[in-house]
Write a protein that binds this ligand. Sequence first.
Ligand code: HAM
Length: 417
Amino acid sequence: MENNIKLRSVRGTHDLYGKEIEKYNEIKNTVTKNAEARSFNEIKTPIIEFTELFLKPLGIQSDVVLKEMYTFEDRNNESLTLRPEYTTPMIRAAITNNLLSELPLKLYGLGSMFRRERPQKGRYREFNQINFETFGSDKFMVDLELIILANDILKSLLPNHKIKLHLNMLGTKQNLAEYKRNLSIYFNQNKHKLSSESLEKIDSNPIRILDSKHEDDIKIVNLAPSIREYISPNSKKYFDEIKQGLNNFNIDFYEDHKLVRGLDYYCSTVFEFKTDSLGSQDTLLGGGRYDGLIKSLGGPDIPGIGWAAGIERISMLMENQKYKKNIVHLAIIDEKYNNYVQEIIKFFRDNKISFYWNYKYNLKKSLIKANNSDASYVVIIGENEFKGNFYTMKKLDTGEQHQLKIEEIKKFLDDKS
Ligand code: HAM
């Protein structure tokens, strides 16, 4: 039968292979190491959840709920949604699996999220997130620990990038509600000067006008009331302690009073790590406190805080780093040395040394292949090596060569790596 399928991937999705999957794995390893060092436990939740899990927590008027969720009816007429974020599924899992009996509960996970946004550089419809959450503590030390964790992970993955921490304090739920009311009044007074997109948000979601990138809005936003005038003395003290802690650890931050985040569940501390290198999709990582959310989902009345980072966005910045691996390529000059080759292959296998051979006998081509690969070494086997009972190890980046006995090879590789 003829194949009439026009093969293509779904818009906004992408395959991970080659360098991309290597970078993904490096990110995953770094995350796992940091999570384990701080006693976070991994959790993996299903990609589909009941739609109602997301509606209220993210905000009926949020962009995610209004425009971006992949929602469909199951065959039994239940409404399901591909998770657009990980915080609410993690809370759902903590409640339904009775994980909240011992607090604080510290969870982390990596996985794909789905949002039907307009795809562009750094913005996908299926993307991967790193997610960290701590349930059950209202101490500023938790906020500090999570921000430092984020900073450490980004620094170790992107040591050469300038990444800026933006920080804001939204106060209590009550402070935020009062601020929103006054913001609505202010924007209503300036209605005629706002963009049509912002007009829609005046009453339903006025704080989202604050991060509008529309030129007309920016002028009005600059004169809008600031959250600073609404936060309680306790919230202010809490914020001061976090800032002092960041200063103690020499972590630079920028106090950004317009930072409100896109999802409805936030209050108190909010933060984002941003870069100048990704155009408009400049936020690598974002998070904050969501006191009240766990209770609203049917759990106990305990606070929570966390963050998520976009793996694709981090990966795009890792683009130019070169990944040299401790792989040894084999360059064999002639089939007559096959027994000698088998000896070294057995040695590599026994010592868990990664190696690659294309099963060809051509020194020049093998060396070209090794040079174009991400291997660090090539081992050459020819007449001299066979007769002298040694192996020639060549380091690919410097070109230096060493004639080594088989038992010397492991030490040589260990010393070099
Ligand atoms: P979010 O700001 O919606 O927060 O997403 C967090 C990060 O995910 C963003 O900073 C960005 O790096 C990445 N991201 C979001 N949308 C896309 C997209 N379409 N394509 C590529 N990357 C994207 C949350 O999701 C919250 N759940 C974070 C959180 C956890 N707050 C508390 N705990």
